[in-house]
Design a protein around this ligand. Structure first.
Ligand SMILES: [Fe+2]
Length: 365
């Protein structure tokens, strides 16, 4: 038996979709979970408050979500939602606030859980419903059952994974991505491309996830070229937002692979954004995967409009300059942590310890 596809998220897109969503169907009290800046800057928080107010729904805002949110922050957001007696949660932002919103919904409904029991404790009650409003085109978190959280105890990220935290709805309004700095637009687009490619070259890929991945790779790969040419208009923004959502659906089936594993230590210890950190390893992922899946890798190149691994690398580095270097001891440590990640061997090609070291060592100063 093969589980081909499951994704229960209602996806709505288009200008003004936050205002026209049926919020009343979710209850009378909403806890908004977001960061301090992008939810406001994008206009999404104002639009949401206006829509909720028109629907007679009380609102509280938890806006303390940091980049790469910690389990502690999500616990605090969940406690705030419980205290407010929220019926549902609306997450606004990039991957960090959306993941935090899902984890907060989980904590809010399960008061017996704490920071140390989140991953292993029993989920006694269904998490609160979550509506996800992305303000970046990259994470795909709006359609996944994952909350990737920083877990200081292991000095790395750790994923809360359960179908119970799939959002009930994702509202995609490309207008909210207009205020993003170009560097963020680029890095998040690379992250989405990673999702699509890692999923496409995963042992868990299915015909359904492959169909979604091919469309996502086409949208994100061609989109990166347009970004490099400075052609960022509204149509491209809509396409990138759709592509990142499709890529999110892909990893909801397949999970990610070693690109993400390798990137996490660069984020945790060096402060690189998630998309930037992934960019350091994506071209190598294709290089190694070609040893076992040449046809699929060549298909990826065609979808992206490039002819070789070198051209693909140029495409990625045109969006995210992978020019940071680190000292040898640090790189050894990162390769140990990254190479030991649980998703390293999900890809069709399983990297040897030498492969892992070789991929990291080019970033030794
Ligand atoms: Fe990612």
């Amino acid at each position: 038996m093969t589980n081909l596809f499951f994704n229960p998220v209602k996806v709505i897109s288009g200008r003004g979709c936050v205002g026209s969503f049926d919020w009343r169907s979710l209850g009378k009290k909403c806890m908004v979970v977001c960061g301090e800046r992008s939810a406001r800057l994008s206009g999404a928080l104002d639009d949401l408050k206006t829509a909720l107010s028109a629907a007679g729904i009380a609102v509280a805002v938890f806006d303390k979500v940091e980049q790469n949110p910690s389990v502690e922050t999500c616990f605090a957001a969940g406690a705030a939602a419980r205290e407010f007696k929220a019926d549902f949660i609306a997450g606004i932002g990039g991957g960090s606030p959306l993941d935090a919103a899902k984890a907060a919904a989980y904590f809010a409904a399960n008061a017996h859980l704490n920071v140390d029991t989140l991953y292993d404790g029993e989920c006694k009650s269904s998490p609160l419903p979550v509506v996800a409003i992305p303000t970046t085109a990259g994470t795909g978190s709006e359609v996944t059952q994952y909350a990737v959280l920083t877990y200081h105890k292991i000095q790395n990220k750790k994923t809360l994974k359960t179908p119970s935290i799939f959002p009930v709805a994702a509202l995609l309004d490309a207008e909210y991505t207009v205020t993003l700095p170009q560097s963020v637009t680029n890095a998040t687009a690379v992250d989405a491309l990673c999702h699509a490619i890692e999923g496409y070259l995963s042992k868990s890929a299915t015909p359904v996830s492959d169909a979604l991945a091919e469309k996502a790779i086409f949208y994100m790969g061609r989109g990166l070229r347009s970004l490099a040419d400075g052609r960022l208009d509204y149509n491209l923004r809509e396409r990138l937002l759709c592509g990142s959502m499709l890529a999110g659906m892909v990893i909801s089936v397949t999970g990610t692979s070693f690109v993400h594993s390798f990137g996490y230590p660069l984020t945790y210890f060096e402060g690189l954004s998630h998309g930037e950190a992934n960019a350091y390893f994506l071209s190598d992922f294709l290089f190694y995967s070609a040893r076992v899946a040449e046809d699929k890798v060549n298909r990826i190149y065609r979808l992206c409009g490039v002819r070789s691994n070198e051209e693909f690398r140029s495409l990625i580095e045109g969006a995210v300059p992978c020019d940071r270097k680190f000292d040898r001891d640090a790189v050894m440590k990162y390769s140990r942590i990254g190479g030991g990640g649980s998703s390293v061997n999900r890809g069709l090609y399983e990297p040897t310890p030498d492969d892992v070291y070789n991929m990291y060592k080019k970033y030794i100063v």
